[in-house]
Design a protein around this ligand. Structure first.
Ligand code: NAD
Ligand code: TDX
Length: 343
């Protein structure tokens, strides 16, 4: 492993992974390949932009010719694929881009990687492939029951990896991370959205009764988890990267408000997300057996995250313009108009 192509590396988790890899492995060349969609942000990579073992190249993972050129130009031997459309609500409004990137893009990367003769291909996937879990914890052998176009697209990407491993003997591994949070997360996802809205005393649109459960994983723990599986995972296997920090959405919302010293009256119970999964929960036992362990509990991670958004409004204020406002309108204006104080 020497020349690693990190696709989607200008996004939230991919950029944390690149910052981690550039600092941890000075002998590796880390090449970020990213289309820079609305969610891609070159500011996320400012901390490494002058490092000698880091390069950036703009491109689409579904563009075969561009992928081919990037693999050759940088003599790539390893691919870590973070590139995805990643927001469930956007997949409900418009699934096209999800099929393009999360299914077709994953396939093109695999196919070009195989032809180029790469070694390991690591696919960054999600707990959402397991679907809604009433009780207990998802384990890696569980069947896929994805419920949103996003989750189904991620499941489709994973299945292409399986086919390429079994059929062509490619060296593939898969990580399934749980809900991730931390600095540099695009402010459409629950924690950065509610934190930045509350800072401006704006209403927080909590879907339904707010009693849905998510398992929260701090972004640096997720990045170290991908590093662990990339180096130590067994070919053809998938590994859950679970935060093992289950919380109700309402609890998370109240904690954000408390830390900011803002009143709970900012919470609005709005009509629910369509097909909303009630609970995700996984065990991380298999990744733990390879030596990965999360370092952050939720209280510490949330405190550091909220403080980061308070101190870095230069980063998120310029995002909350243009396309972001158009998306906000289509996702929230009717919902907020139909809001109730309590469900
Ligand atoms: P993100 O939306 O912040 O970043 C996605 C990145 O991919 C952006 O930089 C974007 O420009 C890039 N991209 C999108 N389409 C592309 C294309 N066609 N070609 C090249 N680049 C493209 O996403 P994130 O939250 O950092 O998630 C990263 C990965 O981790 C995704 O695969 C996601 O499914 C997975 N994941 C996310 C979470 C989470 O809670 N955020 C949890 C588990 C797994
Ligand atoms: O405005 C909101 N109101 C609300 O109640 C938003 C944006 C979210 N929510 C709820 C929906 C979920 O139950 O909060 C929870 C978290 O929502 P998101 O931040 O949109 O995350 P989720 O849908 O759980 O998916 C995330 O975790 C798995 C990531 O976005 C995915 O990329 C990842 O695969």
């Amino acid at each position: 492993m020497k020349n690693i192509l990190v696709t989607g590396g200008a996004g939230f988790i991919g950029s944390a992974f690149i910052r981690h890899m550039v600092a941890t492995y000075p002998d590796y060349n880390i090449i970020c390949y990213d289309k820079l969609t609305y969610a891609g942000n070159i500011d996320n990579l400012l901390p490494v932009s002058d490092e000698p073992n880091y390069r950036f190249e703009r491109g689409d993972i579904a563009d075969r010719a561009a992928v081919h050129t990037a693999l050759q130009r940088h003599n790539i031997d390893t691919i870590v694929n973070f590139a995805a459309e990643s927001h469930v609500d956007r997949s409900i409004l418009s699934p096209d881009a999800f099929i393009h990137t999360d299914v077709v893009g994953a396939y093109i990367l695999l196919d070009e990687g195989r032809k180029h003769g790469i070694g390991r291909f690591c696919q960054v996937s999600t707990d959402e492939v397991y679907g809604d879990i009433d009780e207990g914890l998802s384990v890696e052998g569980d069947r896929f029951l994805p419920n949103s176009p996003y989750a189904a697209s991620k499941a489709g990407g994973e299945l292409m990896l399986r086919a390429y491993q079994v059929t062509y003997g490619m060296d593939t591994v898969i990580t399934r991370g749980s809900n991730t949070y931390g600095p540099y997360q695009y402010p459409e996802k629950l924690i950065p959205f509610f934190t930045t809205e509350a800072l401006d005393d704006r209403p927080l649109p909590l879907y339904g009764d707010g009693l849905q459960i998510r398992d929260w994983l701090y972004v640096d723990d997720h990045a170290r988890g991908v590093d662990c599986i990339l180096h130590r995972g067994k070919t053809g296997e998938a590994y859950n990267l679970a935060g093992e920090n289950q919380r109700h959405n309402i609890e998370v919302t109240r904690q954000i408000l408390e830390q900011l010293g803002k009143p709970p009256t900012l919470i609005r119970h709005v009509p629910d997300r369509e097909g909303h999964d009630r609970r995700y929960a996984m065990t991380a036992a298999k990744a733990r057996a390879l030596g990965w362990q999360r370092a952050y509990n939720f209280e510490r991670g949330l405190a550091e995250t909220v403080r980061w958004y308070v101190e870095n409004d230069w980063w998120w204020r310029k995002i909350k313009t243009g396309e972001y406002l158009a998306y906000y309108q289509s996702q929230y204006s009717d919902r907020l108009a139909a809001a109730t104080a309590a469900p």
